[in-house]
Design a binder for this molecule. Structure first.
Ligand SMILES: [Zn+2]
Length: 503
């Protein structure tokens, strides 16, 4: 499932062996593992961990190319599934939007780091979502994501943010101290030419800058505390995933220095194997993640905030405007829906077509109502949908699409049965009643709604309109002076008329 390698499938071996694909340097993590292992007895792996994440949604200087919030919400649900057996809940601290070319394309450059330091959240795990993710750690190839130990943040390309990718789960594993199981082999994966079979040397070949040579782990576990990832329940991995990435079968030929066949785990989140089934962390890796969370170094993310973890499944029950009904006018249109159980946040998308590509607008609301703060084109049909979520439960997706038509702000009559209508008196005094008189060629059922000028529904009444001329009383006793809209919705359309209420 790790996608680090796909971009390289056509490359020659000589290119492969000098590249890193997750750009995370390993030595700082090995040091952390050694430190955490000193003190493991005081930690309880089953302890509840709430992990605030600030998502930095980075665009280029022109403000385009940013990851979609939809993908971020899917990614959070994905991540919480992947860490779901560790009493770990990742939750949204906040979304931070900014536009910067350096961060977007070269997040490891000094110019970018300056900008990122200014924007980092000092009480959350910081995930910068960018266009490119070169870490600068001996990476002649394309790096898709990395953890930066000095700055303590994670950078990921936006194309890694999804409902299925394991990239963020892997990088957050690094954040919580886990090295690669093949640590030490990053620059030079095993090849028979360089290492022979069985392996005949004690140390791996260093990277071209001289770093990265490490003791080679033995299958019998005798040096597991000081070789590889220094974690004893991850067996030796000579970075076979890098060279045999499409082969998830057990290794049947590569032997360690003791002439013992090595048995790397092909479905570990921290490995480089691709698409090898359901990914896991080992028991010791989980223990270290827990210990890392409760370490002094991680005190800054232990905020004592308990996020909302109530499941949010939807679907959203829409109230208005729905089923193609007219709004009173083009301004201050109010979208309204029922509170969705568990949700305290909503993402609302509307546009002028069903695939949401023509003039799309995205809004966020903390209540089950939204007043649109722009005018919409009168007469247009608008499609809208809502994604309910809370800070940790984000996977409900959009509910079904609803539609409405944008009114003109003056009288509209779509109902063919109605020959004529008047509202009188209009203006009406605050102490009076106004009368809606309708002449209809046949009887029909309708719903009368009265809204104020910001689209808020003041009253709703079911009516049976008879054939001929009939009158309906419009009570305005509770209204404050201003402009109101009387709306009659029937199966055949909508009638909208303005009503002025004066002192
Ligand atoms: Zn990595």
């Amino acid at each position: 499932m790790l996608r680090f390698l796909l971009a390289f499938s056509g490359f020659m071996l000589t290119t492969l062996v000098s590249a890193q694909y997750c750009g995370t340097p390993q030595q700082p993590l090995l040091d952390r593992v050694d430190e955490l292992k000193q003190n493991l007895t005081s930690n309880d792996r089953s302890a509840q961990k709430y992990i605030p994440v600030t998502f930095h949604l980075v665009a280029n200087a022109g403000g385009t190319g940013r990851v979609q919030e939809e993908d971020v919400l899917k990614q959070i649900a994905n991540l919480n599934g992947q860490y779901g057996d560790q009493q770990a809940v990742f939750y949204i601290d906040h979304f931070n939007y900014f536009d910067n070319d350096a961060v977007y394309n070269t997040p490891a450059s000094p110019a970018a780091i300056t900008q990122m330091r200014l924007r980092r959240d000092n009480n959350a795990l910081n995930l910068f979502i960018t266009n490119q993710a070169e870490s600068g750690n001996e990476t002649p190839g394309v790096v898709l994501a990395y953890y930066e130990p000095n700055e303590d943040w994670v950078v990921s390309r936006r194309d890694q943010i999804s409902s299925v990718s394991s990239t963020v789960a892997h990088e957050f594993g690094h954040f919580f101290s886990l090295p690669h199981p093949f640590s030490g082999w990053d620059c030079h994966p095993y090849t028979e030419t360089e290492y022979t079979n069985p392996v005949n040397v004690n140390f791996t070949i260093a990277c071209s800058n001289g770093s990265g040579s490490a003791l080679i782990e033995l299958q019998d576990g005798s040096n597991c505390n000081i070789a590889g990832d220094h974690i004893c329940d991850t067996p030796p991995d000579y970075n076979l995933g890098l060279l045999y990435q499409s082969d998830c079968a057990a290794n049947t030929k590569i032997k360690d220095k003791n002439n013992q066949l090595i048995t790397p785990i092909t479905n570990n989140y921290m490995s480089y194997y691709t698409d090898c089934g359901s990914y896991v962390f080992t028991t010791n890796q989980k223990t270290l993640i827990n210990a890392s969370f409760f370490s002094a170094q991680r005190a800054y993310i232990r905020t004592n905030v308990v996020p909302n973890t109530t499941p949010v499944t939807g679907p959203v029950t829409y109230i208005s405007p729905i089923n193609g009904e007219f709004t009173p006018g083009p301004s201050s249109i109010v979208l309204d829906w029922e509170d969705t159980p568990g949700a305290n946040k909503y993402m609302i998308l509307f546009a002028q077509n069903n695939s949401f590509t023509i003039n799309p607008h995205k809004y966020f609301s903390t209540s089950s109502q939204l007043t649109i703060d722009i005018d919409l084109p009168a007469g247009a049909t608008i499609y809208w949908k809502v994604w309910p979520y809370n800070e940790s439960q984000t996977g409900a997706m959009y509910s079904a699409t609803q539609t409405f038509k944008v009114g003109t702000g003056v009288g509209v009559n779509e109902i063919k049965e109605i020959n004529a209508y008047t509202i009188s008196p209009n203006p009406v005094s605050i102490h009076q009643e106004s009368i809606l008189t309708i002449t209809s060629i046949k009887a029909f059922d309708a719903e009368m709604k009265i809204s104020n000028s910001s689209g808020q529904i003041m009253s709703t009444q079911s009516l049976s309109i008879p054939s001929g001329t009939s009158q309906q009383t419009i009570s305005t006793v509770d209204f404050v002076p201003g402009i109101y809209f009387v709306m009659l919705h029937s199966a055949n359309g909508t009638l909208v008329e303005r009503l002025m209420v004066s002192e």
